[in-house]
Design a protein around this ligand. Structure first.
Ligand SMILES: [Zn+2]
Length: 554
């Protein structure tokens, strides 16, 4: 035991020292170390020798000495909907259904325990490709689950299915026209079939009351624990409305955000232009507000739909008279984006189809002309599913960052193939080209459910999908690059690279440990790897092997 005077003289003693097999920094120099030391939630030292940090150990230091461990920076999901994923925990879990009958039975079971007239909501992480019928259910089918409850069954972020009661509450009949930026599906006899896309799906969601705040906070804390167990240490929350900020701030106040969250606030495309401008004007706060746990990233624009509503240059493969839709008039969007840039907001735009990516770049180009001092990296395109060489070159020249989500191709591959045809399916998310051509690009999931990061890494390396094999092998990247896109690259995109995202001194102590090295493991082994430890800010959020117990000083 050294005296306190000696302690004060020692520059930085450690709370935690990890002596591992490999510690991948994921920094620009691609450094690989053998040990790291943490104090007060930050990395204070790394060493290439396993015993190289022993001098930083004192009585209070917890030491993990395990040469089997490989450390990576904790995953940073650059585009996920954590709050929706949290809300899904309380909803009917349709991911478990394998047929429309099973889906109906799951909803009926909930209806039996729900007072008549109350909404029944399902999770939105399911997909019709999991159903034997390979299609969405219809309103008459959902009526078999309940005719007495309105039902909202969202599928992903852009499509929702409802029953007859829900259509009645919306006031939708066979003669209701499609709303702006949306479509109402019909049965062969002309009656609405309950399938609502884009603006129509948004309209029904607006009818459903939000859950109580306390319940939402509980669900958010539970969801954070689930993501943490998968090795995720931070999430850029890709779309919330103002009430979502209330949930986040409440969780933050109660210290129930064990992983870092950076929300994007939606500018509603389905509001009149004056209201959109007033919304941006009236927010008061702006990009960057918050701390290391909860920080407002910026504003979100949704310019087209998902696969079914993507704005395309050429018609859909399964519908020669349809080219998708844009949700914004480009001139109006330019005005709002420019208004936001002038108020120091960062802006992200959801753009899936090739026409949408081109339009988003047109809008950004004009907004930048009006705001020439805008720093590079202020503007982001989310997904950019179809971006050819010309559009990629424009994005890179304009300093526009890109986010990619292989799990969307993994989960929706079949729908993409059927809707857009094989050539466009293979071109979806040209990750390798983005990297090689020098874009600021980072990876996430966007699946609205906890998605195993290692399955995502596998997907970026193989371009494999759930149902339709490999799509676009040319766009694959190597294992190291895939992990980098999913860790340090995200903090370069958000401008936090000096604060976190790499395992080196003066960075937040956010890391995940595996018992197999994910950089060198055979690629097909990746989906079965599970973290042995996840640490965020020096605190364990997942520790199945009790590596941090007793947690002295940590
Ligand atoms: Zn999204």
């Amino acid at each position: 035991m050294t005296g306190s005077a000696t302690n004060r003289a020692t520059p930085r003693l450690a709370d935690l020292i990890v002596k591992a097999g490999r510690v991948y920094s994921m920094n620009a120099g691609r450094d690989v170390h053998a040990a790291l030391a943490v104090r007060d939630g930050e990395i204070v030292a790394v060493s290439n020798e396993r015993d190289g940090l022993d001098a930083l150990a004192s009585d209070g230091t917890h030491v993990i000495d395990d040469p089997e461990l490989t450390l990576l920076p904790a995953f940073f999901d650059i585009h996920e909907h954590l709050l929706d994923s949290a809300r899904n925990l309380a909803r009917v879990r349709l991911e478990d259904a394998h047929s429309i009958d099973e889906l109906i039975a799951l909803i009926r079971e909930r209806a039996e325990h729900t007072p008549n007239g109350q909404w029944i909501q399902t999770s939105n992480g399911w997909n019709e490709s999991n159903l034997a019928e390979g299609r969405l259910p219809t309103a008459p089918e959902l009526d078999r689950a309940s005719a007495d409850h309105p039902i909202l069954a969202p599928r992903g972020g852009h499509v929702s299915i409802t029953n007859t009661r829900g259509l009645q509450l919306m006031g939708v009949t066979r003669s209701t026209p499609d709303p702006p930026g949306g479509t109402i599906g019909h049965l062969p006899d002309g009656e609405p079939n309950g399938v609502l896309e884009g603006g129509a799906a948004q309209a029904i969601k607006a009818l459903v009351p939000a859950p109580p705040l306390a319940e939402s906070v509980d669900n958010l804390a539970d969801a954070c624990a689930i993501y943490g167990a998968l090795g995720v240490g931070a999430i850029r929350e890709a779309l919330i409305q103002l009430e979502g900020w209330d949930v986040y701030q409440s969780a933050w106040e109660q210290r129930r955000l064990p992983i870092r969250c950076l929300p994007l606030l939606l500018v509603d495309p389905f509001r009149p232009q004056a209201e959109r401008l007033a919304f941006v004007e009236g927010l008061g706060a702006r990009s960057g507000f918050g701390d290391d746990w909860l920080r407002l990233w910026g504003l979100k624009f949704v310019l087209d739909g998902g696969v079914a509503g993507a704005g395309m240059e050429q018609p859909f493969a399964n519908n020669p008279s349809y080219t998708g839709h844009l949700n914004w008039d480009p001139d109006e969007m330019t005005e709002v984006v420019s208004h936001a840039l002038a108020r120091n907001w960062k802006v992200a735009t959801h753009a899936v189809g090739d026409r949408t990516v081109r339009t988003a770049l047109d809008v950004y180009e004009r907004a930048l002309e009006q705001n020439p001092d805008t720093p590079r990296g202020t503007l982001v395109i989310e997904h950019a599913f179809l971006a050819d060489h010309t559009q990629r070159a424009r994005a890179i020249a304009l300093g526009i960052s890109i986010t990619v989500q292989h799990p969307l191709l993994y989960v929706n591959g079949k729908e993409i193939l059927q809707s857009w045809g094989p050539e466009r399916a293979a071109a979806v998310m040209p990750v390798r080209s983005w990297v090689e051509e020098g874009a600021t690009v980072a990876a996430g999931t966007d699946t609205v459910r906890p998605f195993d990061p290692m399955l995502n890494v596998w997907g970026m390396v193989t371009r494999g999908t759930k149902d339709v094999g490999v799509q676009g092998a040319d766009h694959a990247v190597d294992q190291y690059t895939a992990i980098e896109l999913y860790t340090s690259a995200g903090t370069r995109l958000t401008g936090e690279a000096e604060r976190r995202g790499t395992l080196q001194p003066n960075r937040l102590a956010d890391f995940v440990a595996y018992r197999v090295d994910p950089v060198t493991a055979p690629v097909d082994d990746l989906p079965s790897l599970a973290p042995a430890l996840t640490v965020v800010g020096g605190r364990s959020v997942h520790d199945p092997d009790k590596l941090l117990e007793p947690a002295s000083g940590v």
